[in-house]
Ligand binder design. Structure first.
Ligand code: UDP
Length: 370
């Protein structure tokens, strides 16, 4: 039996934070395993043959206003500042997303746009964020009209494609991630720090894991070491239901398929991300050279197709937050808490729709609680 103080399952951001802290702060040995053939989990990026850094599992933009998280990750990377300004394709127009005061002018004649702007500013004030469901529920007919418009043109079909159900059936917090902004400043996020690791996310995670006390084994599912490695602590960033052999049933997830294509043109679209909240069967197209402003004669895009998660066929990307799933997760968690020295973390272990910032913060908090 091989003996090691700490085993970390999953070489994504959560696992990398834990391994790095255990090795650098507690001077303990850590074995990090991952069933994939690469580190960095869903943040993984790679250099495409035409020289562009491609986000294999979809667009990732790091954003935080948390100085501690920013300082922590900045030990392992330099940053390329990057403010995400996606566009939504509405009929034949490109419209600023999140829907803001500029979007109003892109879709409505000036007079109507000004009238709606006045109404928004009067009701909510400049700089505020308004969830579409709130706007839709207003009694003022103009605000209600605008809420209905944004709901129909931006959220309804996109959400149906993304989640397989209508917006009413998903947790309100999901759509509230992309509120209407009473502002003229374009930008998906409003955080103090918004950036991409200058050498990519894989390099960032590689730097975190680069420590004499850390060993990384890829293509190593937990099942292959479960009975051969003895450990004091286990940090498990995989699905909690898989850990318990699905004894209470499967936790539902949403999955994605990415079609990565090289295009023989310098630029394919006017922004890094263009959302298609309409009848096509993909949700968005990402053009990767924008992230690090890479200058190449060709370009690489990825077209994103949401799909149901099927165990053994594709990967779980998004936990589906609702009371029933939370109750199922709670049953697993109650069992997990009876296991001394076993901790669940990350999007899958915590069954939370974490951003990278939240993932890093939760992993650091777990380390600090040890
Ligand atoms: N959303 C939408 N239309 C858009 C963008 C977002 O309906 O053009 C909704 C959709 O339900 C989506 C949620 O808002 O799942 C959160 O969007 P976000 O861009 O944060 O999703 P992620 O990048 O995590 O996939």
């Amino acid at each position: 039996m091989e003996k090691i103080k700490n085993v970390v399952v999953g070489a994504g951001l959560s696992g990398a934070v834990l391994a790095e802290r255990l090795a650098s702060q507690l001077k303990e040995e850590v074995l990090v395993i991952d069933s994939r053939d690469h580190i960095a989990g869903m943040m993984y990026d790679f250099k495409h043959s035409c020289g562009i850094t491609v986000h294999r599992y979809g667009p990732h933009i790091f954003h935080t206003s948390n100085q501690k998280i920013w300082d922590y990750l900045s030990q392992f990377t330099a940053w390329h500042p990057f403010c995400l300004k996606p566009l939504a394709r509405i009929e034949d127009k490109y419209v600023s997303l999140p829907f803001n005061l500029n979007s109003l002018r892109q879709v409505f004649p000036e007079e109507l746009a000004q009238h709606l702007e006045n109404k928004l500013v009067e009701k909510y004030g400049h700089g505020t964020k308004v969830p579409v469901m709130k706007l839709r529920g207003e009694t003022d007919p103009d605000l209600q009209f605008l809420g209905g418009y944004v709901y129909e043109k931006i959220f309804e079909k996109y959400t149906l494609k993304q989640w397989g159900v209508s917006p009413e059936k998903i947790a309100p917090g999901v759509m509230a991630r992309v509120p209407i902004l009473v502002s003229r400043k374009d930008g998906y996020f409003q955080d103090t720090y918004q950036a991409i690791p200058a050498k990519g996310y894989t390099k960032l995670v590689e730097n975190m894991l680069h420590h004499p006390l850390i060993t990384v084994r890829l293509q190593t599912p937990f099942s292959t070491i479960k009975n051969t490695v003895q450990y004091d602590r286990l940090f498990y960033a995989g699905s909690i239901d898989a850990f318990f052999d699905y004894k209470y049933g499967e936790l539902p997830y949403r999955s994605l398929r990415f079609q990565i294509e090289q295009k023989e043109t310098e630029y394919y679209q006017p922004a890094v991300v263009v959302n298609y909240p309409n009848d096509v069967d993909f949700t968005r197209i990402c053009e990767h050279k924008y992230f690090l402003d890479e200058k190449t004669p060709h370009t690489v895009i990825s077209v994103e197709f949401p799909q149901a998660f099927k165990r053994g066929e594709n990967d779980p990307y998004y936990p589906i937050e609702n009371p029933q799933n939370a109750a199922l997760y709670a049953r697993y968690l109650a069992d997990a808490q009876k296991l001394p020295g076993v901790y669940f973390l990350g999007r899958l272990g915590a069954y939370q729709y974490y951003s990278m910032e939240q993932t890093a913060a939760a992993a650091l908090a777990l380390f600090e609680s040890l």
